[in-house]
Design a protein around this ligand. Sequence first.
Ligand code: CA
Length: 223
Amino acid sequence: MPTESARVLLAEDDKRLAQLLASLLESDGYTVTVVHDGQRALHEAMTGRFDLLLFDRGLPGREGLDVIEALRAHGNTVPALILSALGNPSDRVEGLQRGAEDYLAKPFDIDELLARLRVLRRKSAAPTDGLRVPAGTLFPQRHEVVTASGATIRLSERENDLLATLARRPGQVFTREELVDGVFADADETGVVDAYVHHLRKKLGRGCVLTVRGVGYALGAAR
Ligand code: CA
């Protein structure tokens, strides 16, 4: 199996610690994206680009565990490790119950952190599951749809993120506002969603995304 470097989303508001962690992770072979608040962490994680989430619990904007909980509610299953100054057994239990795979109290030993991340990485490195979409199978980490006949259709990052969001919850109708929040964090109006639905339909056929009038969009029904 090719050993592609794992992508970690690191959310830590202590900028010095974030920088230190990022360089330690990078020297251990990870590709690291750093964010400093919970809102940003949610938006980034929703893109589906990451193999591991490493979140501080006490984040401005939105608490780390809240973000994990929101991600799980949206069907995002990327393994998450929570770092927290709160290290009582009850805090750990809460962390695990709310969707984190692992929980490490600060201050922590860096070797222990790296060892735990390797364990989580093994979970996420299991053969990348594709997501079923009407045109075939979407592989969100590769930004590709492989059709039933074996053809590969490349998607742009945002097309990929939008389709992956819909495909993770087939049957769920998303409002434009929810999709802007989850996929187009830097956009301030919902027209951008319509534009990307249009792009997706051009590439994958009209049926790939379903319009639910007066509500929003859902993944198209499989044929
Ligand atoms: Ca903090």
